[in-house]
Design a protein around this ligand. Sequence first.
Ligand code: GRF
Length: 203
Amino acid sequence: MKRIVILISGRGSNMESMMTTAAAERWSAQIAAVISNKPDAAGLGIARDAGIPTAVVNHRDYLDRMQFDAALAAAIDQYQPDLVVLAGFMRILTENFVNHFAGRLINIHPSLLPSFTGLDTHQRAIDAGVKFHGATVHFVTSELDHGPIIAQAVVPVHENDDAEALAARVLEKEHQIYPRAVRDLLEGRLVLKGGRVVSTEVH
Ligand code: GRF
């Protein structure tokens, strides 16, 4: 059985959608653990209630990013995951960490990458006047919010949108595309080839 480890820092709604989709679709893969860098992340309680093992690797307990990442990698390695899923995990990861999990580390970002990397994406999209916005699932590389794109979803930007309304519209899509992307990767329907993600299905 394939194993997934999910990393969170907060609310955990993407984690929760992964859990409920996996259960509803009876995935053969297993969410082996949920790990947070924040002890008070709300998502930890949701995972615990569902009987999923949880762990905290608090970045404040470490002197620097290298040490934190080494501890985090060790905590993840215990579960021998096929896929490490960042779901609202708010730490920048070192090159060592990213290389250690190369090809197994994915993230969801609330914009249509390569537009609007970084934080505050919804307000920046509104300020830029774009007519469409969205979310991207991508492999993690050492460059922040870059890496081969696995899946994207698009939403319209309405003229009266504020960041909160737009974020809610995007989040609904995130909850759809992230579980689907994870399943497609685990079941080999999508593969990384020559730095791009391609479908293995016959067209
Ligand atoms: C999501 O918008 C995700 O795209 C971004 O952080 C947010 C996490 O939300 N990386 P949640 O913790 O999954 O509810």
